[in-house]
Design a binder for this molecule. Sequence first.
Ligand SMILES: Nc1ncnc2c1ncn2[C@@H]1O[C@H](COP(=O)(O)OP(=O)(O)OP(=O)(O)O)[C@@H](O)[C@H]1O
Ligand SMILES: O=P(O)(O)OC[C@H]1O[C@](O)(CO)[C@@H](O)[C@@H]1O
Ligand SMILES: [Mg+2]
Length: 480
Amino acid sequence: MDCSVGSNSTNGFVELMGTSGDAPRKIVTGDAGYVLEDVPHLTDYVPDLPIVVHKSSPRGRHFRRAGPRQKVYFESDEVHACIVTCGGLCPGLNTVIREIVCGLYHMYGVKKVLGIDGGYRGFYSRNTITLTPKVVNDIHKRGGTVLGTSRGGHNTAKIVDSIQDRGINQVYIIGGDGTQRGASVIYEEIRRRGLKVAVAGIPKTIDNDIPVIDKSFGFDTAVEEAQRAINAAHVESESIENGIGLVKLMGRDSGKFHTNQCMRLLQVEMLDCCLIPESPFYLEGPGGLFEYIEKRLKENGHMVIVIAEGAGQELLSESLHSSNQKDPSGNKLLQDVGLWISQRIKDHFSRQKKMSINLKYIDPTYMIRAVPSNASDNVYCTLLAQSAVHGAMAGYTGFTVAPVNGRHSYIPFYRIIERQNKVVITDRMWARLLSSTNQPSFMTAKDVIEYTREEEPPAQMSDDNSSSDDKLVNKETLTG
Ligand SMILES: Nc1ncnc2c1ncn2[C@@H]1O[C@H](COP(=O)(O)OP(=O)(O)OP(=O)(O)O)[C@@H](O)[C@H]1O
Ligand SMILES: O=P(O)(O)OC[C@H]1O[C@](O)(CO)[C@@H](O)[C@@H]1O
Ligand SMILES: [Mg+2]
């Protein structure tokens, strides 16, 4: 059959093309050269096929796709860019700085790029650093940030005054959830003053607590680095009778980093228990942690426990003096749950006298975030930096750049700062982890009902990294 059938569809012009014997191909064309190579549908050749269910559910939210644009709103020699890094360290900070500088120089011929020294307060209290491709040439091989960082010190008026006084018109802000909140208020103030200044955020954090985005840079490297500590805990524990390897990982109030790490380790069956802030646990009595440790040691002779720094804080507050101290950014200072739980486990087994244990506690926290980024994070950091530069040059502002469902996107600040990314303990990922470790869930049916009410978990089961309301789709806008 030589066939070329044209018809108008709601989306554009549908052409069914095929040669003799072949099934026809379904090509849908629309405005501005849009071509969709569609898959066949039964209705293409079965006439009057009735629709059985037609749900009128929402079409999903879209973000603007990141990348170069045809329309650029800054002349090369007009641009005066600055870069600032804020919050805790994270692998890849230097790579992003390097790639913003090189991207501006090489892709757009921009020659004026400043580094702000020491986080937000550096805008008004410190000297700036001139950044050129030569200056940043090999910084990606080092951990930390060549610009320095800080917490606190976000004085919006002073920061925007400094931006205005220095004639800065592109601001690249690299940092975690707090930093993106700070970037958002800087953008608001710039907008209020009517300045032609683009503000772009690049999300950084090993905690992976930023919502909407697939992951933040540095997360992969941190997971890899944490694995070394957990390997060590495993080797130590299996080499001794009733050995327990206990590792504490960072992540603040979110167990995202932690759970991801644990899921990877479960593939090699190295992990017996993963404790996160989102899932409260208890120590004594039936169904408690001590009972589980005893059972596991009897079965296996050794075990590895990974605890997130934010886990069990309510238990610590009960037994130690409750501390409500905050860091200069207003983040709650956590008590050392690793040391505390090690001591409690040791005390329990020595009191009980049924079984003697050997517990080795490893705290690799700061070592994990101080390393340079690995190869995959370097590629990721490069893409983020280039997307940020393209977005600012194209005149977009008030956005964080990051992948959503695998596509790099420009996400408005308000979506990034509206909540924190946490593990949903009624979702599939946590259920998988529980069933692989066999650890108790520490939850009664009543707890589950209360949790479900409080947290409003997604209506559908979600998968892996994000809850289902995060599964946003990108608008594939090829030109601005
Ligand atoms: N709500 C806010 N408004 C303005 N600035 C903020 C706000 N929250 C945090 N900041 C500023 O952002 C900077 C970094 O915040 P924070 O110390 O919480 O780290 P972060 O960016 O969340 O990174 P991480 O938690 O991964 O270390 C600080 O200088 C802080 O003052
Ligand atoms: O660098 P600081 O102030 O000790 O903060 C430690 C915190 O920073 C992070 O590494 C990043 O947010 C957290 O995981 C950790 O709780
Ligand atoms: Mg943070």
